[in-house]
Design a protein around this ligand. Structure first.
Ligand code: SF4
Length: 423
C-alpha cells in the first residue's frame, strides 16, 4: 500500500526493482515507469496489456461488471431529462454506438416522471445520477438498473441525519429493487468533513470512497462499484492506484471528468486509461467529451478504440508539453445544462484563448449551476452557465454574472490581467 502523501507517480523517481509489477512494466516501456512522457511514440508488443483484474464481479441486471467480465463501456445522456423525446433519442444514439449502460441525471420529481417515460420507450440498461437529491432514490428505483450517489452531495439534505443512515437508505432502496450502486467520488465535490480531515486532496478522495465502501459492506450489500474522478488524468491515476491498493476487490469505474473537447479530452482520458488498465485496474469506463448532443456516440467509439489500443499494446504518444501551457477543462454537458449555448461557449473559449497557449493557467467551463460553482474553484478563471447568464470566477472569488454575448470580452480582460501578473 502506498503511504499517504506519496507524490504522483509521474513526478517522482522510483526504485523499480522493489516491485515485480513495475519490473514487468519497465520491460514493456523501457523508460521511467509511471511517467507519461516515456510513452511517447511507443508501440508495446507484449500480449497481455490488460492483465487479469482482482475485483469481484457484480451484476447490473444481466450485465456482469468486474472480475473476468469484459470491461463495461458507458456514457451519459446530455439532454434535459424532461425533454423526453430528445432524451430517448440520446439514449438510443449512445446505445447504438455500442454502450453497455447509459446514465441519466435526475434532480427533481418532474425529472423522475420523465425518466419513467424514457424507461418505457427504451430497453437500454439505465443508471441514474442522484446528485444532490439522494432522497429521490425510492422514486427513481422502479425505472432504472443502477443508482449512482456522490458521497460529497449527501450533506445537502437532512443535514442532521448521520451519513451512515443515508447510505443505509440508499442500500435499502437498491436492495429492494435489485439495483447495483456506484459510490461516485468527485474531486470537485468532496464531502466537507473529508476536506477538513485530510489536508491532501487525494487522501480526502480515497478515504471518502473507502469509508463509504465500509458502510455499504457493513450492510451486507456487495453489488456496488466505485469511481474517483478528477479533471487531471494524473490525479485520476494516483487516486485510483491508491484506492485499488486499499480495496482490490471493489470494481472500479474509470473516467476523467470534464476532460473537455477532442482532441485534448481524448488525450487526457487516454493517459489515465493506459496507466490504469495496463495495471489491471478498471472494470467499467466512461469517456467524457464536450461535443454536441448529436455526437455523443463519440464517447463510446473513443472508449472502445482506447480499449482496443491498450489491449493490443498500442500506447499512443503524449505531447511532451501537454501539461505545460494553458489547460482548458470543460464538462461533457448533461441534462442539467440550462442553455445549449454552453457547448458553443466552450468552443469559443478555446478559440479565444489560443493566444495564451504558453501560459500555465487553467480555465474551467462548466455547464450548470449544480456542479459549476464547486468545479471551478481550483481554476484560475472559471465560467459556469446559468439559463441566461454565465458566471465568472477567479479561483473561488466571484467576479459577476454576464450575458452570453458579454462574457468572452470580459474573460479576455481577466486573462490578460493574469498573464500580465505572471510577468
Ligand atoms: Fe452536467 Fe453540470 Fe456536470 Fe456539466 S457540470 S456535466 S452540466 S452536472
Amino acid at each position: 500500500m502506498k503511504e499517504e502523501g506519496t507524490p504522483l507517480p509521474f513526478l517522482e523517481d522510483r526504485d523499480e526493482d522493489d516491485d515485480p509489477a513495475r519490473r514487468s512494466d519497465a520491460r514493456r516501456h523501457p523508460a521511467r515507469p509511471g511517467d507519461v512522457r516515456y510513452l511517447v511514440g511507443l508501440e508495446a508488443n507484449l500480449d497481455a496489456m490488460i492483465p487479469p483484474r482482482k475485483s469481484r464481479t457484480i451484476r447490473i441486471r444481466q450485465l456482469k461488471l468486474g472480475g473476468d467480465a469484459p470491461i463495461v463501456v458507458q456514457s451519459m445522456a446530455a439532454t434535459r431529462t424532461q425533454d423526453i423525446a430528445a432524451t430517448v433519442r440520446q439514449v438510443e444514439l449512445i446505445q447504438a454506438a455500442g454502450a453497455d449502460l447509459v446514465r441519466i441525471a435526475v434532480d427533481s420529481k418532474a425529472d423522475v416522471a420523465a425518466l419513467a417515460e424514457v424507461r418505457r420507450r427504451t430497453k437500454a440498461l439505465l443508471s441514474v445520477d442522484l446528485q444532490e437529491n439522494y432522497r429521490l432514490a425510492e422514486l427513481v428505483a422502479p425505472h432504472v438498473d443502477k443508482l449512482r450517489y456522490n458521497p460529497g452531495h449527501l450533506h445537502h439534505h437532512e443535514k442532521e441525519k448521520p451519513v451512515a443512515e443515508k447510505v443505509a437508505y440508499l442500500v435499502g432502496v437498491a436492495r429492494e429493487h435489485g439495483l447495483a450502486l456506484r459510490i461516485g467520488v468527485n474531486a470537485g465535490s468532496v464531502a466537507p468533513e473529508y476536506a477538513e480531515r485530510f489536508p491532501e486532496h487525494l487522501d480526502a478522495l480515497v478515504h471518502s470512497a473507502a469509508d463509504h465502501c465500509a458502510m455499504v459492506d457493513a450492510l451486507g450489500f456487495a453489488d456496488y462499484c466505485v469511481s474517483i474522478k478528477d479533471s487531471d488524468p494524473r490525479l485520476v491515476v494516483e487516486a485510483n492506484l491508491r484506492f485499488a491498493a486499499l480495496r482490490p476487490d471493489v470494481p472500479l469505474h474509470l473516467g476523467v471528468t470534464e476532460a473537455g473537447m477532442p482532441p485534448d479530452g481524448v488525450i487526457k482520458t487516454r493517459i489515465a486509461f493506459e496507466q490504469l488498465l495496463s495495471r489491471g485496474i478498471g472494470d467499467t469506463l466512461r469517456v467524457s467529451l464536450t461535443v454536441p448532443f448529436d455526437d455523443k456516440g463519440m464517447e463510446i467509439t473513443v472508449a472502445r478504440q482506447l480499449l482496443a489500443d491498450i489491449e493490443a499494446g498500442r500506447f499512443r504518444s503524449v505531447p511532451p508539453s501537454f501539461f505545460d501551457g494553458l489547460n482548458i477543462i470543460a464538462c461533457p454537458s448533461c441534462s442539467r445544462v440550462e442553455n445549449e449555448k454552453f457547448i458553443e461557449l466552450a468552443q469559443d473559449v478555446k478559440e479565444l484563448t489560443r493566444y495564451a497557449a504558453e501560459h500555465k493557467l487553467t480555465i474551467a467551463v462548466m455547464g450548470c449551476r449544480v456542479n459549476g460553482p464547486g468545479e471551478t474553484d481550483d481554476a484560475d478563471l472559471g465560467l459556469w452557465c446559468g439559463p441566461t447568464h454565465v458566471n465568472l470566477k477567479k479561483k473561488d472569488a466571484e467576479l459577476g454574472a454576464f450575458r452570453y454575448d458579454e462574457i468572452l470580452p470580459r474573460l479576455k480582460q481577466e486573462l490578460d490581467a493574469l498573464i500580465a501578473a505572471l510577468g
